[in-house]
Design a protein around this ligand. Structure first.
Ligand SMILES: *[C@@H]1O[C@H](CO)[C@@H](O)[C@H](O)[C@H]1NC(C)=O
Ligand SMILES: *[C@@H]1O[C@H](CO)[C@@H](O)[C@H](O)[C@H]1NC(C)=O
Ligand SMILES: *[C@@H]1O[C@H](CO)[C@@H](O)[C@H](O)[C@H]1NC(C)=O
Ligand SMILES: *[C@@H]1O[C@H](CO)[C@@H](O)[C@H](O)[C@H]1NC(C)=O
Ligand SMILES: *[C@@H]1O[C@H](CO)[C@@H](O)[C@H](O)[C@H]1NC(C)=O
Ligand SMILES: *[C@@H]1O[C@H](CO)[C@@H](O)[C@H](O)[C@H]1NC(C)=O
Length: 704
């Protein structure tokens, strides 16, 4: 029992700890990302129905919602949806916009704003995001039957063209509007209303609902009974409304002759929004007594190339309709329709397509969601243009967390460019600067909304790096281990090596790498001499994730194997230096010998030791030290302003050839100031001045 209890308690504790850890990690504000609605849209609803429009966002803490009427957003105006008792309200928790009884009065552009609020020790932080804008409309076809108005009358000879307009249409709002024509001969007695078909293409209804009869038949005549009616159907409402009646009288014609086609109707000046569907129409008259009686219609593009159906182009079976799906800006221009029959051909007639659009984002011009490390400057763009050949958009309007920007914002934090196409957040900070920005840009066609949220993370932190410059000899190992951490929300860190212009995702040559511990080293004692020569250089470690990167450069220098190319020329250089030094040394020795001999002859014995001891120096000790240096590994001693090697590595030919070390030692004993001596030579001063750090290869490089 007690053991069971203990287990229960400990698992409870464990859960608590886990929960606390999760809570602590997630306790930072996460800006709301709108999930619903996904995109700007036009929604049609039935009047009198209950309508619920959802808004959903993901964020931390859980966002709350508000709905705005943004019918005037192009001016930056947003008016909070005011609850209208029993008719219109929103739920700030669920995000629903509710119309209990949807009416035409409630039509408008609506937008939801989701806000996450977090109270921290530093104060209240919030981030608010806009949803896409919804155009909410009431489906309707108003009654367009004008009671009391007499039927319109139309008349024409047989085989001639006839157009009957669908006139006096009222408000027609809906997604799937369909036009039809009906012939009602109910005045015959009994119901004989029937929908008119195409009669093998002889009859056509255009996009505006008008009725076209390519050539009249005596049987089209309503005579003194019945009428033609235009009908507007709305499938969703299961409704067809009929307009006023039309009487048609057809006078008979005997022995018709063929008539060449002429364009009778076209919907010229088609204005279509980018990416929608364009419908271009041409209706021709002209009767041919020989079948198929109707003229053949064909289409050409703006450069008079024949259009063949396929791809984005569709041509209706009767040829009167050219449809272009997913209209592009380049589609703008004059299309051409023409028709021919046995009597001849029509001229090529132009149908102009005007492609238009609300502001279109320029490349990279749209504000985007960004994740940036602390301390960076972040720029949001709002750079849009109009469709080709249309007036430029108006100046963008900016919002931060749903509130208009203005002079109240500190310019030390927020800067907006003169043309308002850029908003800069300076030196972002994880505590204070998690935010969403919005921009609105409009032109004569419409308004485009841009949105972007900023998430600030902790930058990549290098927790371990070795000495950045490692001078080694054969047998020593090279530490190339680099470890780093980053913000837990930033995802997994990626590592890569760059060495001698090549990239290695695992490890460069001869590097032992343990991906678990991140340990990386070169064990030079396992390398052949040839391999060993290859390991010198700069190892660049790149550490990155999607939103940040860091570099660590480790320079590895082989003290005992200077780069091969340099060695041979350096050997030659050293030889010449040695020769010069030797000659100078000889001259000085000769001078000194002469001098000593002269002094001896003049003053007798002269004791160097005594003199030096008197000056506080211990020549014996100095000699001992130098003797020790002879056998120690290369070492560097500070001689005032300059550092230079005391002793070259043993066993290296080029150094052995030249007894520099010996020379130096002897010189130091005789010269009061060694730099005076080197000044005479010139070259050595230059060399050692340049190289404050111990770097024997360089020392050999640049002499003479
Ligand atoms: C929309 O904004 C413009 C400019 O601010 C203003 O003149 C107009 O009256 C507004 N329209 C409505 C319906 O509020
Ligand atoms: C929405 O706002 C526009 C102008 O800003 C106004 O004309 C319209 O009546 C408003 N619609 C509703 C339902 O409040
Ligand atoms: C006219 O209509 C009648 C009856 O529908 C039909 O038989 C006749 O072929 C039509 N004439 C022409 C020229 O289409
Ligand atoms: C951020 O922008 C300010 C002002 O434009 C500039 O002075 C500063 O150097 C920038 N800081 C960084 C990290 O780019
Ligand atoms: C490194 O690569 C770049 C581009 O490929 C080249 O221009 C450069 O000369 C290379 N450097 C060396 C040292 O190979
Ligand atoms: C380097 O390799 C030698 C020979 O294989 C081995 O004895 C030595 O332990 C290695 N050194 C390291 C640091 O792994």
């Amino acid at each position: 029992m007690p053991a069971k209890m203990l287990g229960l308690v400990s698992s409870c504790c464990c859960l608590m700890v886990m929960w606390l850890a999760v809570a602590a990690q997630q306790n930072t504000l996460r800006p709301p990302q709108i999930i619903k609605p996904e995109r700007p849209d036009t929604l049609y609803y039935t009047q009198g129905s209950r309508v619920v429009i959802e808004c959903k966002a993901d964020g931390f803490p859980t966002p709350t919602y508000k709905w705005y009427n943004v019918s005037n957003l192009s001016t930056g105006e947003m008016s909070l949806v005011q609850p209208v008792v029993r008719f219109m309200s929103f739920d700030s928790t669920s995000g629903d916009l509710i119309f209990d009884n949807f009416l035409k009065n409630f039509e408008g552009m609506y937008m939801c704003v989701a806000t996450s609020v977090s109270d921290t020790q530093q104060g209240r932080r919030e981030a608010a995001n806009f949803s896409p804008v919804l155009n909410v409309l009431a489906m309707r076809v108003t009654n367009f039957l004008n009671v009391g108005q007499p039927d319109k009358t139309h008349s024409g000879p047989e085989y001639s063209y006839m157009k009957i307009e669908c006139s006096d249409k009222g408000d027609v709002v809906g997604e799937s509007i369909a036009y039809g024509w009906y012939l009602d001969k109910s005045s015959d007695g009994g119901s004989s209303q029937r929908q008119i078909g195409t009669d093998n293409g002889r009859i056509y209804i255009d996009v505006e609902g008008n009725l076209h009869i390519s050539y009249l038949n005596i049987s089209d005549s309503t005579a003194d009974r019945g009428s033609y009616f235009c009908g507007i159907g709305l499938t969703e409402l299961n409704l067809i409304r009929l307009g006023n009646g039309n009487k048609l009288t057809v006078s008979p014609v005997n022995n018709p002759v063929a008539v060449a086609p002429k364009r009778a109707y076209s919907n010229s000046g088609v204005r279509v929004q980018l990416y929608r569907k364009a419908v271009l129409e041409c209706v021709f008259d002209g009767y041919d007594p020989r079948p198929p009686h109707l003229p053949q219609i064909s289409w050409q593009d703006s450069s008079y190339r024949d259009i063949v159906p396929g791809g984005r182009y569709q041509i209706s079976a009767d040829g009167r309709r050219l449809e272009i799906n997913n209209v592009q800006e380049e589609d703008e221009g004059d299309y051409h329709c023409m028709a021919s029959n046995g009597a001849g051909a029509s001229p090529k007639e132009a149908v102009t397509l005007d492609v238009t659009s609300p502001p279109i984002w320029n490349e990279g011009g749209q504000p985007a969601d960004m994740t940036r490390p602390n301390g960076r400057n972040v720029t949001f763009n709002c750079n849009a243009r109009s469709a080709l050949g249309e007036p430029e958009p108006r100046t963008p309007i900016w919002f931060i967390n749903g509130k208009r920007t203005g002079p109240h914002l500190p310019t030390t934090k927020i800067q907006i460019s003169g043309d308002k196409k850029q908003l800069k957040v300076l030196s972002v900070n994880k505590e204070n600067d998690i935010m969403c920005v919005q921009c609105v840009v409009s032109n004569d066609v419409g308004t485009t909304l841009g949105r972007g949220c900023l998430t600030v993370i902790l930058p990549i932190d290098i927790t371990y790096q070795p000495k950045l410059r490692q001078v080694i000899t054969y047998g020593q190992s090279v530490d190339l281990t680099v470890r780093a951490t980053t913000d837990p929300s930033a995802g997994k860190l990626q590592y890569e090596w760059y060495f001698r212009n090549a990239t290695y995702s695992d490890a460069p040559p001869f590097v032992y790498y343990n991906p678990t511990t991140m340990t990386a080293f070169i064990n030079t004692s396992t390398l052949t001499e040839e391999e060993y020569k290859e390991i010198g250089g700069v190892y660049r470690r790149r550490i990155w994730h999607e939103n940040d990167e860091a570099w660590v450069d480790i320079e590895v220098e082989l003290e005992d194997k200077p780069a091969a190319a340099v060695v041979s020329s350096a050997g030659f250089d050293m030889w010449i230096i040695g020769l010069i030094i030797g000659i100078i040394f000889l001259i000085i020795v000769i001078i000194i010998i002469i001098f000593i001999i002269c002094r001896k002859q003049q003053e007798g014995d002269y004791n160097v030791d005594k003199k030096e001891t008197g000056a506080g120096l211990d020549p014996e000790k100095e000699l001992q030290q130098k003797g020790f240096d002879d056998y120690s590994r290369p070492d560097f001693r500070d001689y005032g302003d300059y550092e230079y090697p005391d002793r070259k590595p043993r066993g290296d030919l080029e150094y052995d050839d030249v007894p520099i070390g010996g020379d130096e030692d002897s010189l130091q004993e005789y010269g009061d100031d060694e730099s005076t001596y080197f000044n005479e030579d010139g070259s050595f001063i230059g060399v050692y001045q340049q190289n404050n750090k111990p770097k024997p290869t360089h020392a050999t490089e640049s002499t003479i």
